[in-house]
Design a protein around this ligand. Structure first.
Ligand SMILES: Cc1cc2nc3c(=O)[nH]c(=O)nc-3n(C[C@H](O)[C@H](O)[C@H](O)COP(=O)(O)O)c2cc1C
Length: 308
């Protein structure tokens, strides 16, 4: 019997647990030459703000031994372009679209939710309260539980879509942040965003990134992500989209066993644009090989087993 890969992330129905990490998959068309986008569980698009943003000055990308540091700074064409250009393109596919939103203030987030309400083809909002690369807003909301709760409840008031709170790993107590998002009415959580880092050019004797600091992603951050998913999934009842350093299906299965219901594929897209498809196939193969009929059977199994 074929295994079922279907998951429900806070009201968002996905045919399989795999989506893309915001900012690593463009708005969809960039990856269409490499795969049938319809095979994804969902597409999560680049972070969208009210106004177009040019992002930070270059250099804004540094390779590290097991990942990258980026300080892109939410470069995007703004919400009007998302509504008039991106969404008409994505409506050609049968794949749910998660729109990632970011703002400088509570009002920005609320207005974004209101502008996106009723736009055909959008299946969920992912609220980025965790960007380390913008001066105002961003991570400031994601490191203060009260501010996080306010942003999520503000967005909830202005949307009928499932709201996914994207949490920052740059905190000492990730469970407190998850509980605050839950108290604000979040339907699901995404974790993790990038870890704040920096790199120095030793010949020039100055920081490499023009923005000085950036967000670390890729395989280096995976153990941090697994640990946070493990902690949060036991503390709150919300479904989690796990991300951070997933490179292959084994990494994705590890995150599901830690407690993630969905997974998102990010930095690896830059070296293998078909990674998400290979990961869907790999998860299916793992379930078949181990005699599971439904991917939901293994969500959090690593800690459920310990308890059981
Ligand atoms: C170049 C780049 C741009 C990103 N842009 C966004 C963004 O706009 N919004 C957001 O919520 N996260 C953004 N992220 C974070 C990713 O969505 C993801 O949370 C993080 O990279 C961890 O996953 P990974 O290690 O698989 O890349 C970005 C990451 C990278 C590498």
């Amino acid at each position: 019997m074929a295994v079922s890969l279907k998951v429900n992330i806070g009201g968002l129905e996905m045919q399989n647990p795999v989506t893309t990490c915001s900012g690593t998959f463009g708005f969809g068309p960039e990856y269409a030459p490499f795969m049938d986008l319809n095979r994804l569980g969902a597409i999560t698009v680049k972070g969208t703000t009210l106004e177009p943003r040019p992002g930070n000055a270059p250099p804004r990308l540094v390779e590290t031994p097991a990942g990258i540091l980026n300080s892109v700074g939410l470069e995007n064409p703004g919400v009007d372009s998302l509504i008039t250009t991106t969404m008409p393109y994505l409506r050609n596919f049968q794949v749910p679209v998660i729109v990632n939103i970011a703002g400088n203030s509570l009002e920005d987030y609320q207005e974004l939710a209101a502008r996106l309400e009723g736009v055909p083809g959008i299946s969920a909002l992912e609220v980025n309260i965790s960007c380390p690369n913008v001066k105002k807003g961003g991570m400031a909301f994601g490191t203060d539980p009260c501010a996080a709760q306010d942003v999520i409840s503000g967005v909830k008031k202005n949307t009928s879509l499932p709201v996914i709170a994207k949490l920052s790993p740059n905190v000492t107590d990730i469970v407190a942040m998850a509980q605050a998002a839950q108290a604000g009415g979040a339907d699901a959580l995404s974790l993790i965003n990038t870890l704040l880092g920096m790199a120095i050019d030793i010949e020039q004797r100055k920081p490499i990134l023009a923005n000085i600091m950036g967000g670390l992603s890729g395989p280096a951050v995976k153990p941090v992500a697994v640990r946070m998913i493990w902690q949060v999934s036991q503390a709150v009842s919300l479904p989690i989209i796990g991300m951070g350093g997933i490179t292959n299906w084994q990494d994705a299965v590890e995150m599901i066993l830690a407690g993630a219901t969905g997974v998102a594929v990010g930095t690896v897209n830059f070296i293998n644009p078909r990674a998400a498809i290979e990961i869907i196939q790999g998860i299916e193969g793992y379930l078949e090989q181990h005699g599971y009929q439904d991917v939901n059977e293994i969500v959090g199994l690593a800690w459920k087993r310990q308890q059981g």
